[in-house]
Ligand binder design. Structure first.
Ligand code: ASP
Length: 374
């Protein structure tokens, strides 16, 4: 990150600090600029949302490792692994952002690669299994200045799907490549290719076997008793990874990478590689990365919805994220979360689940990692 950017972010920090009281401040700032009708619309929208938390100011990099498990299922061992992984991703991502001429894309890609290589997260190595026992990976990346984007989906041999997504963005005229085509492209582009067995971990395999057994038991019960199929306890664990960053030039980027949802049908693509669903970035509003039940995030165009609530209605990043995640999506039955960062460094973490494995670094290098509310 260059010096100008740091200075710029510190200046932004003043308004960002004021943004901790954003419900009054934001509305106040906009009333001077907007028409009466605009103000009324904005006030209505702002009043309809109660922010869960206040946005954290002066953030340059925010990450998540999924909405995770209910707290009572968390073990001290898993918690330790998750914290170590998140801290490492923050440290490396921040270091990448500080290199000369680094962009927000470098911070996002670096942080996500660390989490993809870490077997405790559902992305890259450690990805969940499909119903038929394969690891099929999805990832996407987007930058907020020119709104360029890249994605890969359903890939089984690319070690770091986020790097492949970036290569699609930077080296092709397309936005998304899938399965075999994406794999051939990645190989030709010189990216690291691995045997599909590289992604396999015992804990994910066991998770699939448990789900398959539960499904069989529910099916047998239905056959025996003619009862309606009861919903399975928790058919999935939400543990996709993602990152959002702002660089010294004030440009935003967002990225998301995942193995998808455990026990998914082969060929199923979730929200993570879909621009506007799991990932979005626009310097006019914010950078967003999501985790959750992907079908809902696609249908509700969640990351795009958060961004345009800021752009069209003047909501703060926290208000916009809460409006979509905690109100709209929750009412629809879609479990999940989003992290979102505006160009001034205000960072929102909104979830309608008990947890959200997450962390952020502020401009001065201070890191914070959180798994649940407190
Ligand atoms: N959103 C991912 C998907 O549906 C899953 C997750 O976030 O855990 O593929």
């Amino acid at each position: 990150m260059n010096g100008g950017g740091l200075a710029r972010l510190s200046v932004a920090g003043d308004s960002a600090t004021a943004a901790s009281n954003h419900r009054t401040e934001t509305v106040g700032n906009h009333t001077v600029k907007r028409s009466l009708l605009g103000c009324l619309l904005m006030l209505t929208a702002a009043a309809s949302v109660t922010a869960q938390e206040t946005a954290v100011p002066n953030v340059v990099l925010g990450i998540h490792g999924g909405a995770g498990l209910p707290k009572k299922e968390m073990t001290p061992e898993l918690e330790k692994h998750l914290r170590v992984g998140l801290e490492r991703a923050l440290k490396e991502g921040y270091a990448a952002l500080q290199k000369p001429n680094a962009t927000s894309l470098d911070g996002v890609e670096t942080a996500i690669r660390i989490l993809e290589d870490d077997p405790w997260f559902n992305a890259g190595r450690g990805a969940v299994f499909t119903h038929d026992g394969r690891n099929e990976l999805d990832a996407s990346i987007m930058e907020g200045r020119l709104k360029k984007a890249g994605a890969v989906a359903g890939v089984t041999t690319i070690k770091n799907p986020i790097t492949a997504a970036r290569a699609v963005m930077e080296r092709t005229k397309h936005v998304m490549l899938i399965s075999r085509g994406a794999e051939v492209f990645a190989k030709d582009a010189g990216l690291e290719i691995v045997d599909p067995a590289y992604f396999r971990t015992e804990q994910r395999w066991k998770q699939l076997q448990d789900q398959l057994r539960e499904e069989r038991e529910a099916y047998d019960k239905k056959k025996r008793e003619g009862a309606a199929l009861a919903p399975l306890a928790r058919p999935y664990e939400l543990s996709t990874v993602g990152a959002v960053a702002v660089d010294g030039a004030g440009n935003l980027a967002a990225g998301t990478s995942t193995g998808g949802m455990s026990n998914k049908q082969y060929g199923r693509i979730g929200d993570s590689p879909v621009i506007g669903a799991g990932t979005y970035a626009d310097n006019k509003s914010c950078a967003v990365s999501c985790t959750g039940h992907g079908e809902f995030f696609i249908r509700y165009a969640v990351s795009h919805d958060i961004a345009v609530l800021m752009e069209y209605k003047g909501l703060s990043v926290q208000q916009a994220a809460d409006e979509v995640i905690r109100k709209k999506l929750k009412a629809a039955g879609g479990e999940g979360a989003a992290i979102a960062l505006d160009p001034k460094g205000n960072f929102a973490m909104s979830h309608n689940t008990e947890g959200l494995y997450r962390g952020f670094v502020t401009v001065d290098g201070k890191m914070t990692v959180m798994l649940y509310e407190k």
